[in-house]
Design a binder for this molecule. Structure first.
Ligand code: MHO
Length: 157
């Protein structure tokens, strides 16, 4: 199995979307890319820890490729929104790809350029592409949140 790591706004919806993808064997929500060790949700919500809400996707490369996962990533959010996604504002909601190796880095850069050139968005794609750091798994109540609460959008609580 291989791992991929994405930030695309509120991690509840991102996790739910990736869980639906064939070849994804597991997904977990958490925090990455900040300075505070062992951050809590409350810490990250302050927008001062530098972390992004992320989803760690474990996938079977025989069933789905990293490139296909990138397509899902681009499809489920608006990568032209800076430090925001829909109703959620703050750097913790930034669009970001944390890569685990040089191959993922190259594929991520190429897919970002391709999307920019496709003309789908008028604005600039602001997605950060940066090496993966420590993954802090989020509190258990955030895992599979949409399933547990029978909702399918982050705007509804
Ligand atoms: N709009 C949601 C975001 C939750 S998410 C896990 C809320 O304010 O609860 O950041």
């Amino acid at each position: 199995m291989e791992k991929a790591m994405f930030g695309a706004g509120c991690f509840w919806g991102v996790e739910a979307a990736f869980r639906k993808v064939k070849g994804v064997v597991s997904a977990a929500v958490g925090y990455m890319g900040g300075t505070l060790e062992n951050p809590t949700y409350k810490d990250v919500c302050t927008d001062k820890t530098g972390h992004a809400e992320v989803v760690q996707v474990e996938f079977d490369p025989k069933v789905i490729s990293y490139e296909e996962l990138l397509k899902v990533f681009w499809d489920i959010h608006d990568p032209t929104q800076l430090n925001r996604q829909g109703p959620d504002f703050g750097t913790q909601y930034r669009s970001v790809i944390f890569y685990h190796n040089e191959e993922q880095n190259k594929l991520a850069i190429a897919s970002k350029e391709q999307l920019q050139q496709s003309g789908k968005y008028e604005g600039e794609i602001v997605t950060e592409i940066t090496p993966a750091t420590v993954f802090y798994r989020a509190e258990e109540y955030h895992q599979r949140y949409h399933e547990k609460h029978g909702i399918d959008s982050c705007g509804i609580r």
